[in-house]
Design a protein around this ligand. Sequence first.
Ligand SMILES: *Cc1c(COP(=O)(O)O)cnc(C)c1O
Length: 439
Amino acid sequence: MSINQEIKPITAKRDGNLYIGGCDLTEIAKKYGTPLYVIDEQSLREICKEYKKTFEDYKNIHMTYASKALCSSAITKILFDEGFGFDVVSEGETYTVYKAGVDMSKVTFNGNNKSKSEIELALKCGVGRFSVDNFYEAKVLNDIAGKMGKEANILLRITPGIECHTHEYIKTGQIDSKFGFDLSQIDEIIDLIKSKYKNLSIKGLHSHIGSQIFELKSYCDEIDILVKELVSLNNRHCLSMNELNIGGGLGVKYTDNDNPPSVQEFGETIKNSVKSVCEKYNINPPIIYIEPGRSIISTAGVTLYTIGSTKQVPNGRKYITIDGGMADNPRPSMYNAIYSAEIANNTDNRNNEVVTIAGRYCESGDILIENIELPAPQSGDTLCVYCTGAYNYSMSSNYNRVQKPAMALVNNSQSDIIVNRESLEDLIRLDVIPDRLRR
Ligand SMILES: *Cc1c(COP(=O)(O)O)cnc(C)c1O
């Protein structure tokens, strides 16, 4: 079993109350307030070790964590400590990893519309690779690198034309995608770079086929296409590209219905696939980059809420309202994501009932979990929602002008705040009242 195949962090235990990382979640909820994101350090470090172990016999592997899944200074430090590089997509993520002391040569800058200031910052901090997404960006990157007297090492992001079975909004590899060059456009961009863009150095190809992927076959198809392109482009253009970034996407288990492959199965598939395709084309195995995000951080994270009001609709369902919702976890309202949850305080001697967990935000669509069986939830209970490490905090907003939650790191019965809860002052900090309104 691999950690991404579990719903709960590996240290989750019941002893009356629910514990993670040796910490009583009900106590932590009291101590730091709710909603509260909690990250289990052990689960996080263990899955990093799983990735490392799986790929230890592939000499040229670069493991980069997709920061967009959850980016904070402490999380960055842990991942860097575990040997990971980073995939960043903004000035904010670049700055965060830079300030956390990361070796910036292990960072790849992705994105389909990088701004000038983002590119300047990335070049200034010495980001290792730029994944160039389109014609416009190649030109802009070359101009800026030229002005700064630098050379940008690039991968060309391509759209491999692979359909994988995941939600429409998190698919990225199909032909009609906003990301990357169509296969038919690569010759043109390479010609342009070779003839005009002297500040760009092409190292290889990049693609990312989607997220929450359960079918490993999609990766075989992707590797097949990437290696084939690498070989034919090298031949046609006299290049010596030897890097392939195959993106992220390995799925996680949100509910009992999800059955993602293990990290080991993922790793074996990638390695075998690369090996056999390289033998077919008679080339040395390239440098491989992987960019897992969700599978690294999702299972390590839970969110704690306090149950407030409840409402029994006559002859209808029972709503249980929590003190958070779509602003701290937009995934259910955005793409019908389904989560598992448990009441963290002691619920012995309660009967189960089916309830709907509603958020506190002013939208009917702010429903966190529909029809979940829980031991008769009561006002004041602490609700623990599982597998919220990825794309929760990172997608959170201040909708309804509510402060973003704090984040705590737990390990060996110790808990530490790694992101402070926003204050009311934080909320108005950037507001400006022009003088003419002050009269
Ligand atoms: C989002 C993204 C990832 C990470 O995807 P996960 O599904 O979280 O593993 C990796 N690479 C790129 C280019 C991405 O856009």
